[in-house]
Design a protein around this ligand. Structure first.
Ligand code: NI
Length: 227
């Protein structure tokens, strides 16, 4: 499932993140690339333990913890500490790749299986040319360039790339989530059911049917969740 989460960051958090990372210590993005992806990766990143990244990451994680859409869609078990990347000048692109299946955080030592990949756009789309995130999967080819503060979720199993930024600067946060529910199609089913129940509850309150459907949701989650 590919899902846009609008306004994942409040304007205040977005502004603070931008300020924190603007003049930070940007380094070669190959630091977190695998053997294949390292050959096509040409961008910059903040080191995982960079003070700016550590502070900005906490702001983003606090926002995510309150985001019902994100939680319902991803059902997070572990979240890799959000990282930050930058595309501009001579370091402006990341060719086709699949994200590494398992990541170990240098700062926490935690091992995260990457089920869902996440990009949070930090630059206004008008601030740069190019830089679309292109995701190829069974749903076809999607070209994604979102307003600053919006987030896109996509299966980590998909081939994706970032098109060259030919003008301006593209800043983003990116990270991976290990879900309690590993198969994408099961997460999708739970997500659709959750949204439908929320809609039903708004129109008919906690009717017997709504209570029963809510029970079905939780019993499916109980059957599929790995905590
Ligand atoms: Ni990637």
């Amino acid at each position: 499932m590919l899902l846009r989460v609008p306004n994942a960051l409040s304007p205040e958090v977005l502004a603070e993140c931008r300020k924190l990372i603007a003049d930070a210590d940007w380094q070669d993005g190959k630091m977190t690339a695998g053997t294949q992806s390292g050959q096509v990766k040409n961008n910059r990143q903040l080191p995982e333990d960079s003070p700016a990244a550590v502070t900005a990451r906490e702001l983003i994680l606090a926002e995510l913890a309150q985001n019902a859409l994100f939680i319902s869609a991803v059902l997070p078990k572990r979240i890799f500490p959000p990282l930050f990347n930058r595309y501009d000048g001579d370091t402006n692109t990341f060719g086709n790749h699949v994200d590494n299946a398992v990541r170990t955080s240098r700062t926490t030592g935690e091992v995260v299986r990457t089920d869902v990949s996440v990009t949070v756009f930090l630059s206004d789309p008008e601030a740069y040319d190019g830089g679309e995130l292109v995701v190829e999967d069974s749903f076809g080819v999607q070209r994604i360039k979102l307003p600053a503060g919006d987030m896109i979720l996509y299966p980590s199993s998909s081939i994706h790339r970032v098109e060259p930024v030919t003008h301006g600067t593209r800043l983003a946060s990116f990270f991976w989530v290990e879900s309690m529910v590993r198969p994408d199609e099961q997460r999708r089913l739970l997500f659709d059911m959750d949204l439908a129940i929320v809609n039903l509850r708004q129109t008919e309150g906690d009717s017997p049917a709504v209570v029963k459907l809510t029970g079905c949701y939780h019993n499916l989650l109980r059957m599929w969740a790995d905590t």
